[in-house]
Design a protein around this ligand. Sequence first.
Ligand SMILES: [Zn+2]
Length: 173
Amino acid sequence: MIIGEYAACGTCGKNYRLRIQVGLDKIQNHNFHCLKCQESIYVKLAIGDGDNSGIIFGENCLQGTADDATPQYLSSDFFAGVDEVNAPKSMPSLNFMMDVIKKIGINKLNEIKNKKENILTGHQKRPEEIWPTLKKAWRMKRSGQNKLSESMIKKFSKENGYTLTLNLPYFFF
Ligand SMILES: [Zn+2]
């Protein structure tokens, strides 16, 4: 799910239509650089009950309007390509799921969904326990730091008593 809100850069007033992907964290911290003045803009999404829930404007971020607003996709969980970040209707999370379906097949995906399991490989870790390590290991790999990425995965596996892999299929329904 993507939550929308208008925000404006606190420095130059440029408007943005924030498109915040609801992820696994209870508090999502986001920041991006203003396309007009390059200043950092900070915004949070809190997922909780009642008053504890919603979008919180942070440093250099004000309520905005639709006037000439540029779409800005923000996610803690999905990578967005350069052509997706400011696109009005981009869905990086959907693209991710489509890639997963292509790789493992729709039947396997349905099998996992029908079992109502959030874990494919049988280990008992919650997504939020695995994701910080996996995310970091993926970043290392993407930046060419393969050895660092591998040692991070090995260390986590050893400390937690099972084998974590970079390509762990993990579904959370
Ligand atoms: Zn600005």
